[in-house]
Design a binder for this molecule. Structure first.
Ligand code: IFM
Length: 440
């Protein structure tokens, strides 16, 4: 068993580009022209709370860049909100453009690599109303936007992700399939358009969730896990490797341009999904020992599962891998440090097991405690954000990561420095129920 305190000093064999990631809607605040903001107002019943002012980063972006500097980050992944640039169909907001240009300039001055996401879930409300990416005839709105924005910022962007995590749905529902195909085509069109103006590497961020059969010897569990894996993961890798768009109950489409659409694999890695044939949803429950919640709400991404990173990594050795998100939501920051240690160890082991694997970047999700799409309770941040004053306060995990960055590695002694003891912490079992467990 791994003793985190006794792990030997390890330096990654190649320099890794270290940093953190955020997304516009989750941190900027008052994102009033976005689909998400609209839905939060129109359907409060689906949300625990609205995003409101989020972390007020649209105003405080200079402060955020100072924070990145202070924490030693070499790269910052953030998204440009399409709906701020085009709040209405056919209308450009030049002030918003100047805002993002200034942000990119300041990041460049600070020597921080800008990793720009063009669509991190939220899109303009006017585009969503037309059916968004699920409608093939809407694609031109996106490519027109790309042709506008990219030349205005290309000289300052270090790397691109066109879309974020459109792979996630396992659904066979026709609209979901249309959306997935639409996103794949938008990714492809976006990547090719970006390449006309920029030499910086391009990809789309893939939430790589290992689909784990609950009973590995059960034929139907494995069949379901394979199907889920195709729906969530492999359809994307397959499309980019071969140009074939292959989804169930659809004719295959061949788009040779897809083959040039990713220079690297942008991987958001958090956890795995247990898959079972013995439930209507196909989803297995988390194992009993992973049942305790690290935040006071029901939230899936709470599992420590570095092994499944190894399984994912073994499948993506054919292009450089950038970890564009990785992190955990927890109230007790010591869990974040533990989780990150285990992830670093998994990266080390993956590099040792799969010599062809190239891990080029690691961006922690997230710089700030931010709006987790429905609630502020799951806290992924390296920095706490005061919900009234918006003051940012780095947590110990932020200083821990700073030292990882400085060494391009990690050690048990570093862990010991930041987590001298692990007792007296709070876990939650079920909704709003704190339980006491002591680990010595
Ligand atoms: O907050 C999200 C992010 O927007 C996309 N990836 C997963 C994160 C944590 O849930």
């Amino acid at each position: 068993m791994l003793n985190l305190r006794q792990m030997p000093e390890y330096t990654f064999p190649e320099p890794i580009l270290w940093g953190s990631a955020t997304a516009g809607h989750q941190i900027e605040g008052d994102n009033i022209h976005s689909s998400h903001y609209h839905n939060e107002q129109a359907h409060p019943e689906y949300y625990d709370e609205p995003s409101g002012k989020a972390c007020n980063s649209y105003e405080l972006y200079k402060e955020d860049i100072e924070l990145l500097k202070k924490l030693g980050h070499q790269a910052y992944r953030f998204s440009i909100e399409w709906c701020r640039i085009q709040p209405e169909e056919g209308k450009i907001d030049y002030e918003a453009l100047a805002h993002y240009q200034d942000m990119l300039d300041r990041l460049a001055e600070a020597g921080i690599h800008s990793s720009v996401t063009l669509v991190h879930f939220s899109v303009p409300w006017w585009f969503d109303k037309k059916g968004g990416f699920a409608k093939a005839e809407n694609l031109h709105y996106f490519t027109e936007y790309i042709d506008f924005i990219v030349p205005k910022i290309a000289d300052r962007v270090g790397s691109w992700t066109i879309l974020n995590e459109f792979n996630l749905s396992r659904s066979l529902d026709p609209i979901q399939l249309d959306r997935k195909i639409g996103c794949l085509k938008a990714h492809c069109a976006g990547a090719l358009a970006v390449k006309q103006y920029s030499n910086a590497p391009v990809s789309s961020a893939h939430a790589f969730v290992h689909q784990d059969p609950v009973r590995p010897l059960d034929k139907l569990d494995c069949t379901m896990a394979n199907l889920s894996d195709w729906m969530v993961n492999e359809f994307f890798f397959h499309a980019v490797r071969t140009g074939e768009i292959v989804l169930p109950y659809r004719d295959m489409e061949y788009m040779p341009e897809l083959k040039q659409s990713c220079d690297y694999w942008a991987i958001n890695y958090y956890h795995r999904t247990p898959v079972t044939a013995r439930s209507k949803t196909g989803l297995g429950t988390k194992l009993e020992f992973a049942r305790y919640k690290l935040v006071d709400c029901d939230f899936g991404q709470r599992e420590f599962n570095p092994e499944s990173f190894m399984q994912c990594a073994s499948r993506i050795t054919d292009k450089p891998v950038w970890i564009t998100e990785n992190g955990i939501c927890c109230d007790d920051d010591r869990f974040r440090i533990m989780y990150t240690m285990l992830q670093l160890e998994a990266m080390k082991m993956a590099l040792a097991y799969y010599p062809e694997l190239k891990i080029k970047a690691y961006m922690h999700w997230s710089l700030l405690d931010n709006y987790e799409w429905s609630s502020y309770i799951p806290r992924f941040g390296l920095c706490d954000v005061n919900r009234e004053t918006f003051e940012r306060t780095p947590k110990p995990s932020a200083w821990f990561l700073k030292e990882v960055i400085e060494r391009n590695g990690f050690s048990g002694e570093l862990f010991e420095k930041y987590v001298p003891e692990l007792s007296g912490f709070t876990l939650y079992e079920g909704v709003n129920k704190a339980i006491g467990i002591t680990i010595n």
